[in-house]
Design a protein around this ligand. Sequence first.
Ligand code: DP6
Length: 374
Amino acid sequence: MRRFQFAIFVQNILSMNETQFIPKLYTKKPENGSVSWQSPSNIALVKYWGKYGEQLPKNASISFTLNNCVTKTTLFYERKSSHGFEFEVYLDNTREVGFEPKIHKFFERVVLYLPFLTDYKFRIETSNSFPHSSGIASSASGMSALSLCLLSVEKSLSSVEMTDAYFNQKASFLARLGSGSASRSIEGDLIVWGEHPNIEGSSNLFGIKYPYTIHKNFLNYQDTILLVDKGEKQVSSTVGHDLMYDHPFAEQRFEQANNNLSFLISIFENGDLSKFIKIVESEALSLHAMMMTSQPYFILMKPNTLEIINYIWAFRNETGSKVCFTLDAGANVHVLYPEAEKEPVLEFIKKELAQFCKNGGFIEDQSGFGAVSV
Ligand code: DP6
């Protein structure tokens, strides 16, 4: 096949996949109603950093879905006859016009897959279980909760049966178009997003449940989030991902991430926590290394982030514990450890690490099983 024919062939396959999310004609026209979903945040073990096209990842990523850090969203809808999108967003009962441009952009991206968006006006009421100022990103939980609400509305407009598998896949597909990492917040407890040669069924379009054996060491994996810096994000994820475009180490980084995910497959199977730690911490530091070596460059860790990392390493050396850390694109530290170590590690956190957190603040969480309709 010639090169350009091959490109068209690939494009057709891709659009075939996307077409499955365009609904058949709606058969019902409810005047109004409301739906509610509660959706969790997630913490990536192999990081998504760098994207192309319409919210497609440059490498595959994997995350633990969280249990306690959640967004609850209620979507009220009312039929209208005017054209275009009409909606208002409320955070904790207060109108948040600041969120609306992002939602508008999201509506533009998904209207092909949710054509009823122009037939209704919406009131989006949302609240987070974690404080807004905690520096914990709400885009994953927020965009997944909104996507689930919208898809529930669509379900009520159609007499065509939607299987749970299709519902979850389309919800993840929509959530991805709102925020990449949100595609990993529909189900749990381990979710892969991004095509990976060794993971069957993996896709750039949506997240899937990790399909292979998971050793009991990884059940109810603990994540205590240390709130080092509660301020606004220094680098938005959009700006951050863009830094990977001309990055001198971009290709090596994407390859490294995919290799790390390959290594994790046998680690998840045999429960080797020492090897798990090496991959997870290296991923966190590589993500930050990418930001330090981009143009412009950023240091997103704070002195207390480093203090915490050093304390974790010392504790591990002294006690043989399997506690480790990971980081998002910010200064907060996610302390990860097996459920069997919950008591001693929590005591260590309270005694030694809380001193490095703003007002001693941290959030206790663990892996969970995804969004619920409420
Ligand atoms: C560092 O999903 O927030 O948390 O797709 O632009 O909304 P957008 O980016 P976003 O990026 C998350 C980056 C990360 C790593 C990860 O969660 O995989």
